[in-house]
Write a protein that binds this ligand. Structure first.
Ligand code: MN
Length: 350
């Protein structure tokens, strides 16, 4: 096959030679050949498709590492990856939109939010393999929390973390929501640290902590670890937390695909948790709408039950109680390899 000069190739793919040189430097599109004497880049006509894909993905705002990953996938898997990326962008944008309107309200002194409440059910289960349950949870009309303890002292510290965050179960002005959550998670971290420092043998224990607090029509979210928060809105299921796991970081860097992550031997290795060191939680603000349904769950549910099954149950079951019962049932039907805690809560007008 005859190779094209960078100029001819640039014209064929409607990109500038400058862009092509950048793609090469970033490892997104390596020329078929680089002339050893002149240093000119030469491209093969069958690289046209990849060059165009790279250009479109960059226009979409996808991070470079992730583009590199998508380019290595078969078209069907690449499509799934683009879909997943875009769902995440929409969820993140919604959270930032909510933060922006909350700030506008604070700055103008206008609070236009309506009062909403949560109709909830909480369920936790040991599973079929573990001999104890180290997951803990809390649910009320305005606060939902789940924690997944690990290590020898996983159980007391998960409960400790949940109890600390449960102090927020009181009316908090929307403008103070994120600060209150940040303070509470810091206090939870300190409580866990103090508890574990009493005995050196407790090193290696810790807990995840994920909670949402409703104030008016704002929902503040705090998250450390690999429990998840899903939002069911209009029949679609959105994951609104990012797992703090080593494989998640690898996926973000483009070094691992979603498919590889599912069977990765160290897939649940946490990069962030409460276990005694300073921790940087994710904080976000979302708009709550009547009719929204939230699911908070530990990895004992979301690593065993596929998202489509989670969605089916959340759509089908009217009562939160029944939904949690079926979700735990699915985890145990899938072998029940881990403890499960899950909360299903509907946003209702108060
Ligand atoms: Mn777990």
């Amino acid at each position: 096959m005859e190779l094209l000069t960078i100029g001819a190739f640039a014209r064929a793919v409607r990109l500038s030679p400058k862009a092509l040189r950048l793609y090469d430097e970033l490892g997104l599109l390596t020329p078929a050949r680089v002339d050893p004497l002149s240093g000119y880049r030469l491209y093969s006509p069958d690289q046209v498709e990849r060059a165009r894909l790279v250009a479109w993905l960059r226009r979409l705002g996808m991070p470079l590492a992730r583009i590199r990953g998508v380019c290595e996938l078969a078209p069907e898997d690449a499509a799934a990856e683009v879909r997943a990326y875009w769902a995440q962008v929409e969820a993140d944008t919604a959270a930032r939109r909510s933060l922006a309107s909350s700030l506008v309200e604070q700055l103008t002194g206008k609070d236009t939010t309506m009062t909403l409440a949560l109709r909830y059910a909480l369920r936790t289960d040991r599973g079929l393999v573990r001999d104890s349950n180290q997951d803990a949870g809390y649910a009320s009309e305005r606060l939902l929390a789940v924690a997944d303890g690990f290590g020898a002292r996983g159980e007391p510290v998960s409960t400790l973390a949940v109890d600390t965050i449960a102090r927020l179960d009181t009316a908090i002005p929307a403008g103070e929501l994120l600060n209150a959550l940040a303070d509470a998670v810091r206090q939870a971290g300190t409580a866990v640290e103090e508890y574990l420092s009493a005995d050196p043998a407790d090193e290696g224990s810790g807990t995840t902590l994920t909670a949402v607090v409703l104030s008016g029509s704002r929902l503040g979210l705090v998250h450390v670890g690999d429990a998840r928060v899903y939002l069911l809105r209009g029949g679609r299921l959105f994951r609104i937390t990012h797992d703090h796991t080593a494989v998640r970081s690898l996926i973000a860097e483009g070094r691992l695909t979603e498919e590889e992550a599912v069977s990765h031997p160290r897939r649940s290795l946490l990069v962030r948790a409460l276990h005694g060191r300073a921790v940087e939680p994710d904080l976000a603000l979302h708009d709550a709408l009547p009719g929204d349904r939230y699911l908070l769950c530990s990895d004992g549910l979301h690593t065993v039950v596929p998202e489509e099954s989670l969605r089916e149950v959340l759509v089908a079951e009217r009562e939160p109680e029944e939904a949690t019962r079926r979700l735990v049932g699915l985890a145990n039907a899938g072998g029940g390899p881990d403890n499960v805690v899950c909360v299903v809560a509907d946003v209702v007008a108060n």
